[in-house]
Write a new protein. Structure first.
Ligand code: PHE
Ligand code: NA
Length: 501
């Protein structure tokens, strides 16, 4: 291994950190809604197919790249082929963009945890308006009217995350995951059990799980399933490469990938049950069908849930547990995205952990604080999020799969590397999943989204927001990535790594 590269103390720490990264807001607020609106119970079939043909195979691929080349994405790709370095920087750029807004959602969750504890969500009216009152998010074009109520929890979020990262791979990231992931599971199970005891929970579950078999013939349902899997496992933008680069030489990689992939899905289904049980209750209280209260994302977590909390018995405890779950799920994910950037900067410049963490952390904090705790913050966040997910992540994942499989033709070597260290052996099926099925699905998703967004814009946002924080930002990222890819490295980067695979 490269001299001085940090390592996880045990494989289980890596697995917990990888689960901590994967289990995030997507599990809690995205999956239930995506499943519900794409065939309900029948969605489980495309979802499972997507997990097995793309999600887990890609986890294996990125683990093998990080582990074999022992580097952050730019260094790992450079060691695979000198011209591929830019691909790694593209992933680093995506991480930076996601990090600066992901932190804001954690900050909101922190405020709502406090609201719950203080009893500020005690009536449906107060609860329903709490998000609007907190964020004052009435501007749909870029502005800089700051909102203190979001700014200070955001700053605290950054301080916490930077502190965790400054402690390094094992003592910071690993130790955090060892504590946060098990606690998250316990807290969230408590949330789900309480939700299941609410009146109307059964109705909610029926509406989530009643299968609409007709959905299986609809291609958009299949695309939604693949989309959910890519997003939820956060494959394709460098996290898995980075985390697996800190593994020791002899590590069962495919075994770890299976554990991470299935744990993430288990948490997702658990969240689906909890969320729809609660929505069933809300529908019953309001005397409306569940359809009318189902919402995804911000509306679900910060409007529907607070409303539920406000009317149920024990709501403040339930709310506290729910929002702490969001915070815990979010922190471990945010830590993983920032680590990609820190790791890349360190590999490129030879900087030490603490200065690199402060540099990267300060840059992210400043950008995050300038653009998001404002009256236009929610609009900017929503726009950046849409483009980062639909174009950035999908584009970078597609490019990396095509480059590795078809341009550099490295898939057989990666397979041999995986098989050399792992218990679960891979053959041509894995190569077909990674090299053929995945790129076809990703290309279809990308083209479909580009056409849709070009024709319809995004949301109700002004052209300036969509052009600047959408298109221009994503294109700028690629240009910068390529440019950085051609700049000089710190001297140890080009060391030949021993071929022990
Ligand atoms: N995969 C995470 C989820 O399901 C989301 C995430 C995004 C994680 C970005 C890390 C980085 O919520
Ligand atoms: Na996830």
């Amino acid at each position: 291994p490269s001299p001085g590269r940090e390592v996880w103390s045990r494989r289980s720490v890596f697995i917990l950190a990888a689960i901590g990264s994967a289990v995030g807001l997507g599990n809690i607020w995205r999956f239930p809604y995506v499943a519900y609106s794409n065939g309900g119970g029948a969605f489980m079939i495309p979802y499972l197919v997507a997990l097995l043909t793309a999600g887990i195979p890609l986890l294996f691929l990125y683990y093998s790249i990080g582990h074999r080349f022992k580097g952050s994405p730019p260094l790992a790709f450079r060691r695979m082929s000198k011209r591929a370095e830019g691909l790694g920087w593209w992933q680093v750029g995506i991480c930076f963009i996601i990090a600066v807004y992901y932190a804001v959602i954690i900050a909101w969750a922190a405020r709502f945890a406090i609201f719950s504890a203080k009893g500020d969500l005690s009536s449906p009216e107060k609860a329903g308006d709490a998000f609007g009152n907190l964020t004052k998010s009435d501007q749909t074009s870029l502005g800089f009217d700051y909102v203190a109520g979001v700014a200070w929890p955001l700053l605290i979020t950054w301080v916490v995350v930077i502190a965790i990262l400054a402690f390094g791979v094992q003592k910071g990231i690993g130790a955090t995951a060892q504590f946060f992931v098990p606690v998250l599971v316990v807290l969230f199970i408590a949330v789900v059990i309480r939700a299941l005891l609410l009146d109307g929970a059964g109705e909610g579950l029926n509406s989530l799980f009643t299968p609409d078999w007709g959905a299986l013939t609809d291609s958009s349902v299949w695309i939604a399933a693949y989309g959910q899997i890519f997003f939820s496992l956060s494959v394709g933008f460098g996290i898995m490469i980075t985390y697996s680069s800190y593994l020791k030489r002899k590590t069962n990689l495919t075994g770890a990938g299976l554990v991470v992939g299935f744990s993430n899905s288990a948490f997702e289904i658990l969240a689906g049950i909890g969320v729809f049980a609660a929505l069933g209750y809300m529908a019953a209280v309001q005397g409306v069908p569940v359809v009318d209260v189902a919402d995804s994302g911000i509306g679900l977590a910060f409007v529907a849930f607070p409303t539920i909390i406000s009317t149920m018995w024990g709501g403040s405890v339930f709310g506290l547990l729910f929002f702490i779950s969001l915070i815990f799920a979010g922190i471990t994910s945010l830590v993983s995205i920032i680590e990609v950037i820190i790791s890349a900067v360190r590999d490129k410049t030879g900087m030490r952990r603490v200065p690199a963490t402060i540099l990267v952390g300060a840059a992210a904090t400043i950008v995050s604080m300038v653009f998001f705790p404002t009256r236009s913050g929610v609009s900017v966040l929503d726009t950046v999020d849409h483009f980062a997910n639909e174009f950035g992540i999908v584009g970078a994942a597609l490019t990396s799969v095509v480059v590795v499989t078809w341009l550099l033709r490295k898939l057989p070597q990666q397979r041999d590397h995986l098989n050399g260290v792992s218990s679960f052996k891979l053959g041509w099926i894995w190569m077909a999943c990674v090299g053929v099925i995945t790129p076809i699905v990703l290309a279809y998703m990308l083209i479909d989204q580009i056409i849709d967004t070009v024709q319809n814009g995004y949301g109700d946002y002004g052209g300036g927001l969509v052009a600047g924080f959408g298109w221009a930002l994503q294109i700028a990222l690629i240009v910068i990535a390529v440019a950085v890819g051609f700049t000089r490295w710190h001297k140890s980067a080009d060391q030949v790594i021993e071929s022990d695979d």
